[in-house]
Design a protein around this ligand. Sequence first.
Ligand code: C2E
Ligand code: MG
Ligand code: MG
Ligand code: MG
Length: 285
Amino acid sequence: KVKGDGKNGFQFFTPAMNACYQERITLENELRQAIENQEFELYYQPKISLSAGRIVGMEALIRWRHPVHGLLNPDGFIDLAQESGLIGSITDWVLGEACGQLSRWHSMGFGDLCVSVNVSPQEFDAPSLVERVASHMNRHGISPDTLEIEITENLLLPDVSGVIEKMRLLRAHGVRISIDDFGTRYSSLNYLRRFPINVIKIDQSFVHDLAPGQPVSPIIHAVIGIARGFGLHLVVEGVETLHQMEVLAELGCDEMQGFLFGRPLPAFEAEERLLAPVCYPSPSH
Ligand code: C2E
Ligand code: MG
Ligand code: MG
Ligand code: MG
């Protein structure tokens, strides 16, 4: 039976809550093990430029090759990683791995390829973030403007001046800043003027609604206008159909990402896509 009114934070666990708690503890221990045993992998999803007709970037997306449950998506463990304080080690692994891969691709001749990494707001807030990013970049000799950090809009709400300062420092190290899932959170548009941002990514939910015979969401029009007005790069994520691509191209969007062009792939398969003759959208999708 649940007791307590919540005011003093005192509650007994019900059996169901207890099972859930046990599961969480198990997962947390497994996550800790996963860092030691190097069970994480980075998958890479291409970003293409319609005008260039080629891949211009890759987004690094973490996967956990769980010894029992198989390949897990980040939605299944990133929240827990944050709550349990394990996100720091994971972010370090992601940054090191992504920089290593980027440097490899640069040395193969893809000199202007950009790799982006997702950083959770909590990790962005960590005092050491700038130094850690810079040290990974230095170790792998990453050239300026080829590493991008994707952060979500809710980061922009608290402690505005601290965030601006940190972005400036990252920019000074040649890191590009991208606002992920743009349009999904309530936040003031005013920050676009104040923050040293390079890229905004229209959230895929707006793109999903783009179906034949349906009017284009006013949000898509608005975001395109915002990007133009502020001189920001615009990436559309979640493009799945030719129809969506054509409508967005007609509206002037150039950089796109989505299953139409390619799913997230292990590094060696992503590399095959880089080396393949240009053909977009890919005939295999
Ligand atoms: P995100 O950064 O917004 O990434 C886009 C997500 O949408 C990815 O899911 C991707 O696989 C999926 N996606 C891409 N194109 C399409 C499409 O055309 N249709 C549909 N339906 N989905 C598409 P994924 O890989 O499961 O990642 C989920 C989220 O987890 C990411 O959202 C990001 O916020 C977070 N994440 C991923 N990797 C990391 C990481 O290394 N660190 C942190 N802190 N978060 C990460
Ligand atoms: Mg992202
Ligand atoms: Mg996104
Ligand atoms: Mg997302």
